[in-house]
Design a protein around this ligand. Structure first.
Ligand code: UT7
Length: 321
């Protein structure tokens, strides 16, 4: 079995920055409500940047960070629920933009857990010897699936992309990954796919935008995530208090504080940057990793943890190299 390490990271967000006060100008909400209920102060929203644009930019930054060349990459997975095209995959378009040739390329839909799910697949593939350098991107432009008159959702979600390159090594740094799902909660967060009536079927899905039952998702996250983190640490020799930094999906600061409390860990060990980006879906964890980098030291033990529509969730234990 081979080892795997992170050899490069990168991120990209659209230029337009929209504060809570900017949003309060066109819907009935306030900076006070959004900041106190979620921790979000501002976010980046596309004025034309596509999922592919952001994914390719984050990927280019990760590639430069790793010192690898485009021709070294042999696997590309884009975790997204907002692809620009159903076919070709976003991964193929990113490969084309970066000049990556002959790589295995596909997209993965696991919503806000997408980065962890894609990481599990890539790391397993590398460990078993099929690939050497995998480019994993979490990218979403959720703003195109938002009802900008629905204050329950449009103040939360935003656009961005984050990329990580996993590289085969002798010394393994990706200790363990554990993902899971519960389809019973599949109606709690939804965004319909293409649904045009055809000649033989006049039925059309009337839902157009993101729907979320926030309260139920909150209950799920604050229960499933601490348990999943405990589970991923089983047999690793570590307990939550040994972890140097927790990088969770950036959906709600209160969720992170609750998870910290349940794990009996100081909430200062939970990295937060959702105040600047909102919830960028599959992109939150790799974007947060880039922002957290300045405070990381070689050998630090990190937990990444994602959760969202499906319901899906997953965590991984990483040793920073
Ligand atoms: O990325 C996928 C994973 N997603 C998540 O993890 C999200 C999990 N859920 C949450 O983070 C929280 O449930 C929310 C932030 C979505 C909502 O916070 P909450 O404390 O659960 O609020 P609520 O839904 O219970 O709503 C409380 C009140 C309601 O008014 P009434 O019915 O009590 O009169 C809402 O209508 O707040 C109202 N409200 C708002 N008010 C001002 C809802 N959205 C807004 C808003 N501005 N934007």
């Amino acid at each position: 079995m081979h080892g795997v390490k992170i050899s490069g990271i990168g991120r990209a967000v659209p230029e337009l920055e929209l504060s809570n006060d900017d949003i309060a100008k066109f819907i009935d909400t306030s900076d006070e409500w959004i900041a106190s209920r979620t921790g979000i102060k501002s976010r980046h929203i596309s004025t034309g940047e596509t999922t592919t644009d952001l994914a390719a930019k984050a990927a280019q930054n990760a590639l430069e960070d790793s010192g690898l060349n485009a021709h070294d990459i042999d696997l590309v997975i884009v975790a997204t629920v907002t692809p620009d095209y159903t076919m070709p995959s976003t991964a193929c378009s990113v490969a084309q933009r970066l000049g990556i040739k002959n790589a295995t390329c596909f997209d993965m839909a696991a919503a806000c857990s997408g980065f962890i799910y894609a990481s599990e697949v890539a790391v397993s593939f590398i460990k078993q010897g099929n690939y050497e350098n995998a480019l994993i991107i979490g990218a979403d432009v959720l703003s195109k699936g938002l009802d900008w008159e629905d204050r329950n959702t449009c103040v939360l979600f935003a656009d961005g992309a984050g990329a990580v390159i996993y590289q085969r090594t002798n010394e393994n740094k990706i200790v363990k990954i554990l993902t899971a799902s519960d389809g019973e909660g599949s109606d709690l967060i939804t965004l319909p796919a293409l649904s045009e009536p055809n000649r033989f079927n006049a039925n059309q899905n009337t839902q157009k935008y993101v729907y979320m039952n926030g309260r139920e998702v909150y209950k799920f996250a604050t229960t499933a995530v601490p348990q999943n983190i405990q589970d991923v640490l089983v047999d690793t020799g570590y307990t939550p208090s040994d972890i140097d930094l927790f990088i969770l999906h950036q959906a709600n600061a209160r969720i992170m504080d609750s998870v910290a409390k349940k794990l009996d860990v100081d909430n200062q060990k939970f990295f937060k940057n959702l105040q600047n980006y909102g919830n960028t879906s599959a992109a939150t964890i790799p974007i947060a990793l880039v922002d957290a980098r300045a405070q990381l030291k070689k050998g630090d033990k990190l937990i990444f943890s994602g959760f969202g529509a499906g319901l899906t969730w997953g965590s991984m234990l990483v040793i920073w190299d």
